[in-house]
Write a protein that binds this ligand. Structure first.
Ligand SMILES: Cc1cc2nc3c(=O)[nH]c(=O)nc-3n(C[C@H](O)[C@H](O)[C@H](O)COP(=O)(O)OP(=O)(O)OC[C@H]3O[C@@H](n4cnc5c(N)ncnc54)[C@H](O)[C@@H]3O)c2cc1C
Length: 580
């Protein structure tokens, strides 16, 4: 009805307005309260463990539950300027000029699991076949509810699940730019494929939406489970330490509404605080690199390489194309009505309409993608974009400011298997200080990371030359970037300079507590997600990934949560209904 439409119009208008002046927190002191959303692996773990009704499960989460605003997928940028965002930042980068961090923002909802070869490698690194493709596919399918609502889109049923908690669907409708891009792919010999079936090629995006509304992991896995009497979710609870005695996790210290509490654990502590929160809590608890902990005055309980690796998918956002197609700009109320019917631009986060997976020269002929391209269409750039990526005024002016937004689309070039690795360290032993995050992008000695991104740019430029793209008069916009004016515009040197200026993360941090066989070689958890040398303590989140995958991390994080459920059940004598 009109009242509902107006409610959403106000919600969205206010968010855009507030975004321009919102002041970011710089520590959990200023910020931590009843405000941050819960998500990902922790939600899956809580859901699966509370299935056993004689077990009591307590979830400690710093934030709160989802709301009507977080449900709107394309509030992707504005929501970064609200209490939903921790706003972790990387240290200034020497190798890539932008070092935007950011963790528990509301995500881009692209459902892309990674390639089967990633998981077969993971199984080897872990020394356990439960992480190999054959097994993880069963977990992916268990979680998934694939709803096929675009009959023209590719779909390979053997790779998808139905009836699981997390919905996956294609967005509707497709834009003319997306169709032109899919056609450009065909012209260049790339197929239109179901990319979750381990294929190279392009497709409209598969998204975690439920009839156009965000289906975040909290809602997906706890919508029903939170009604269970043996599951208690205590929001606004900031975990400061795990109490470890005699190499065993006995309980958890946390702050709730200004008071400190200690909860004793009967079975196990499951740490799912994410790629920055998990290593921070472990180190505060005495589990981490000896030298670093001693420097911070923390008693060392277990010397492990916690936070010594940090990976992401470095991404180049700077390829904007103008076209002769003008996306009609309609009143916001129209878009809201579409959204309430499950379709339209508000239902597509970051306007990411299409994604494609490609080989660089490093992976040529293997069938394993290491480049991803994403196409975002009109409405995806504005002044919030500048704040979102912390772009300098000059870079913003050179690349974005003068584009005619309704005629523009953008290619994002993603390096899937980045070699560079950064770190997560404590600023101090004060648990409310944010950790020190160093992304360390484009730092690999062989320059493979930047070379791969450059090859991705070349694929985009070729796409821009296809008949399909010429038919909409696709023309590269913006530039030359003044910071790179010493190089000939569009030369190889120019692009390398641009890449060092505006490569940022894709908010896909992972791997700060990696799984492996040998703690002496940097592994923090074993193949059953147990922290080496500490009893009753497991980690279940994206920090356990051993390396970056050829996909987006949420689907594999959910898979980790599913594995956790089965591992804990088996360890405590529940055998029925387990996958592995
Ligand atoms: C902007 C953005 C876009 C993204 N786009 C995509 C995408 O399109 N597709 C995709 O697959 N992935 C995407 N991701 C990544 C994906 O969302 C994450 O990989 C995934 O959510 C990681 O889950 P996690 O369980 O490891 O941690 P998180 O989701 O970070 O969850 C950790 C939880 O722990 C809580 N916490 C942390 N510290 C404490 C503490 N001390 N006490 C209490 N609670 C604490 C946090 O509040 C949070 O709720 C994106 C992420 C962002 C930020």
């Amino acid at each position: 009805d009109n009242q509902t439409v107006q409610y959403y119009v106000d919600l969205i208008s206010e968010a855009y307005e507030n975004g321009l002046t919102y002041v970011f927190p710089t520590s959990a002191y200023e910020y931590y309260s009843d405000t941050i959303p819960k998500r990902a692996a922790g939600s899956v773990a809580a859901s699966r463990l509370s299935e056993i009704n004689k077990w009591s499960v307590l979830v400690l989460e710093a934030g709160t539950f989802w709301n009507n605003f977080s449900d709107i997928p394309n509030m992707y940028e504005p929501i970064a300027f609200t209490h939903f965002n921790w706003e972790f930042n990387s240290t200034p980068q020497t190798t890539a000029c932008l070092g935007v961090g950011g963790s528990t923002l509301i995500n881009g909802l692209v459902y892309a699991r990674g390639h089967k070869s990633d998981f077969d490698k993971w199984g080897k690194v872990a020394g356990n076949r439960r992480w190999s493709y054959e097994t993880v596919l069963k977990y992916f399918k268990k979680s998934e509810n694939f709803v096929y609502r675009d009959a023209d889109a590719p779909y390979e049923p053997p790779y998808h699940g139905e009836g699981g908690d997390l919905q996956v669907e294609y967005h509707l409708p497709r834009s003319p730019q997306l169709n032109a891009w899919l056609e450009a792919n065909r012209e260049l010999g790339y197929e239109i494929v179901d990319y979750n079936a381990n294929r190279l090629g392009a497709s409209p995006s598969q998204l975690n939406t439920r009839n156009g509304r965000r289906d975040d992991d909290g809602q997906a896995f706890l919508r029903h489970a939170r009604k269970r009497r043996n599951l208690k979710i205590l929001t606004g609870s900031y975990v400061t330490k795990i109490q470890i005695e005699k190499e065993s996790a006995n309980g958890v210290e946390f702050t709730h509404k200004g008071k400190n509490y200690y909860v004793e654990v009967r079975k196990e502590v499951i740490l799912s605080a994410g790629v920055f929160g998990t290593p921070q809590i472990l180190m505060l608890s005495g589990v981490g690199p000896r030298k670093h902990l001693e420097e911070k005055g923390i008693e060392v309980i277990k010397d492990l390489e916690v936070g010594s690796t940090l990976r992401d998918n470095p991404t180049f956002y700077g390829l904007n194309y103008g076209t002769n197609y003008t996306e009609p700009i309609r009143p916001l109320a129209d878009y809201v009505k579409e959204y309430l019917n499950g379709v339209g631009p508000l239902a597509i986060p970051g306007s990411t309409q299409g994604v494609g997976f490609y080989e660089s020269s490093y992976s040529k002929g293997t069938g394993i993608p290491d480049i991803e391209l994403m196409i975002a269409v009109a409405n995806a750039t504005d002044q919030l974009t500048q704040r979102y990526f912390s772009l300098t005024d000059q870079t913003y002016e050179d690349v974005w400011k003068y584009n005619n937004i309704p005629q523009t689309f953008i290619f994002h070039v993603v390096n899937l298997h980045a070699q560079s690795s950064g770190s997560v360290r404590l600023k101090s032993k004060n648990p409310f200080e944010y950790p020190v995050i160093n992304s360390n992008f484009l730092s690999d000695p062989e320059s493979r990371d930047i070379n791969t991104l450059y090859e991705g740019i070349q694929i985009c430029l070729k796409m821009g030359e296809t008949k399909a793209m010429k038919a909409i008069n696709a023309t590269l916009q913006g530039g030359p970037l003044r910071a790179c004016k010493r190089y000939q515009y569009l030369s190889k040197d120019y692009w390398y300079c641009v890449l060092r200026q505006i490569t940022v993360n894709l908010y896909h941090p992972l791997g700060s507590c990696p799984m492996g066989k040998d703690p002496k070689k940097g592994a923090v958890v074993d193949s059953e997600l147990r922290v080496f040398g500490i009893k009753k303590l497991r980690v279940a989140d994206a920090s356990v990934f051993p390396f970056a995958l050829a996909g987006h991390p949420n689907a594999p994080t959910v898979m980790v949560g599913e594995q956790l459920g089965d591992l804990v059940k088996r360890a405590h004598g529940v055998d029925g209904n387990l996958i592995a």
